[in-house]
Design a protein around this ligand. Structure first.
Ligand SMILES: Cc1cc2nc3c(=O)[nH]c(=O)nc-3n(C[C@H](O)[C@H](O)[C@H](O)COP(=O)(O)OP(=O)(O)OC[C@H]3O[C@@H](n4cnc5c(N)ncnc54)[C@H](O)[C@@H]3O)c2cc1C
Length: 427
């Protein structure tokens, strides 16, 4: 018998692919983890904005099988709001519309970076040395400082491959003259469920899941020689279970807090992992078509948020007719608190300043939620620390699955794949 901890996409995928008997324990009253959706006053929002995209054929086929007709594919309409105007994403491939001085600075420094490749040792240097100092100064550094809330010189660059587009000089020039006809990045086309928000994806696993307990928080884990004992608080009662092995999607720092008999050195490493947190806000507006975009990036400090997404343009079924909806993300450093009331005021003012809201707009929903584990931060010791923790867990029959147990910046597709790969390897 196998225990699976957490019913986010990783735990659900592990259960779906496992060929043995298992029980999934989920501390919340519902499944889905970060990919849950909720409906308020007729508006459907995701707990954090999500779109689905993948290059992995296995995951594509699985999603098609699970969601059937309940999914639409869209061509990305993502823009950057900068210097009072919208530039299509990605910045460096769509410079047209910026003042000539900035365009020249971005292109000449990008040429210099490509012609004289210089070594880089951290994310900050990667940005300057690969994309050029102009793109770095005007967009990449301000945006990344805003989203990560961490010193970019203390971040590794290992997570970048396939995520940050790096257009050729010819492509930059084409974009600068307003003639861009290429698309860039892995989500140039993406999919989204027609009904149910992104939560339709975890929910589509449910008919295939055999043994699931919600309101079941794992509060203690004791690894023994050939089994793992876990204590679970289920509807306020404590129960003990023994499994030959467990697959855990609990964030590593939380997992090590409830794990018994961990050597001091390993415990210390688990406290060194770095991540950031998000204040997520959802707004329902009593006005139609406030924008036709899917999402917008805000690199400038004048705006508290770094990204806005518009559910009504992802699927019209998310939003009542003649109304609009916005999902807002504001990151903050780990272990810090955020003033929710003040942030809500700053969000509203920022939306007015960006001409998305009007003073007199009626907000039918203005909901906020704090997400403690948002983005894993690749500090310079990330790889070494994570591999020591994983080695210890696997020796003790605790197999990490998912974003915060793998402690990687992985999206839904790779999370689903990771659940499959881990049970095939260790199940
Ligand atoms: C802001 C943001 C935006 C994102 N946008 C996208 C996107 O656009 N596209 C995309 O593909 N991916 C996106 N992602 C990534 C995606 O959300 C994750 O890859 C995926 O949801 C991770 O699933 P998981 O199961 O690993 O973790 P989680 O969803 O965190 O699931 C872990 C589960 O474990 C449960 N749990 C925790 N502790 C216990 C305990 N002690 N006992 C029992 N249960 C417990 C939790 O309640 C939770 O349900 C985004 C992530 C964030 C933060």
């Amino acid at each position: 018998m196998i225990g699976i901890l957490g019913a986010g996409l990783a735990g659900l995928s592990a259960g779906y692919h496992l060929k043995k008997d298992y029980v999934i324990f989920e501390k919340d009253s519902e499944i889905g983890g970060l990919c849950r959706s909720f409906t308020k006053n007729g508006y459907t929002f995701d707990f954090a904005p999500h779109i689905f995209f993948t290059k992995n054929e296995n995951v594509k086929v699985l999603i098609k099988k699970l969601l059937g007709e309940n999914i639409i594919t869209k061509i990305r309409k993502a823009f950057i709001y900068i210097y009072g105007r919208y530039l299509e994403y990605p910045f460096e491939a769509n410079l047209g519309g910026l003042p000539n001085k900035i365009i020249d600075e971005c292109i000449s420094t990008a040429i210099k970076a490509k012609e004289n490749p210089t070594e880089y040792h951290n994310f900050y240097e990667w940005i300057e040395n690969v994309l050029g100092k102009g793109v770095a100064k005007h967009y990449m550094i301000p945006y990344n400082e805003k989203i990560w809330k961490y010193d970019l010189r203390k971040m590794h660059y290992s997570w970048i491959a396939g995520r940050v587009p790096s257009p050729k000089i010819e492509e930059m020039k084409k974009g600068a003259s307003g003639m861009q006809n290429e698309t860039f990045g892995p989500n140039a086309t993406f999919s989204y469920p027609i009904t149910g928000g992104i939560g339709a994806i975890p929910n589509s696993f449910l008919p295939h899941i055999k043994n699931l307990k919600c309101n079941a928080e794992v509060i203690n884990i004791k690894p023994r020689k050939d089994e793992v004992e876990i204590t679970v608080r289920e509807n306020n009662k404590e129960k003990t279970y023994n499994f030959e092995k467990i697959f855990s999607s609990i964030p590593l720092p939380e997992l090590f807090k409830i794990l018994e008999n961990v050597p001091e050195e390993i415990l210390k490493i688990s406290t060194r992992l770095v991540h950031n947190s998000i204040l997520f806000a959802a707004i329902g507006v009593d006005r139609a078509n406030i924008t036709d975009k899917h999402w917008l990036y805000f690199p400038e400090k004048d705006y508290i948020f770094h990204r806005l997404s518009f559910p009504m343009n992802l699927s019209e079924k998310t939003t009542p007719p003649k109304k609009s909806s916005i999902m807002i993300e504001v990151t903050y450093p780990m272990n810090e608190t955020i003033d929710i009331k003040k942030t809500k005021d700053q969000i509203r003012l920022g939306l007015i300043k960006a001409n998305l809201l009007k003073e007199k707009d009626k907000l039918e929903v203005f909901y906020t939620e704090l997400i403690k584990y948002a983005y894993v931060i690749y500090d310079l010791n990330h790889k070494e620390n994570v591999s020591k923790l994983h080695e210890y867990l696997i020796e003790n029959n605790i197999i990490p699955v998912g974003r915060f147990s793998q402690w990687e910046y992985i999206n839904m597709d790779i999370t689903i794949l990771n659940g499959k790969i881990q049970v095939e390897k260790f199940g």
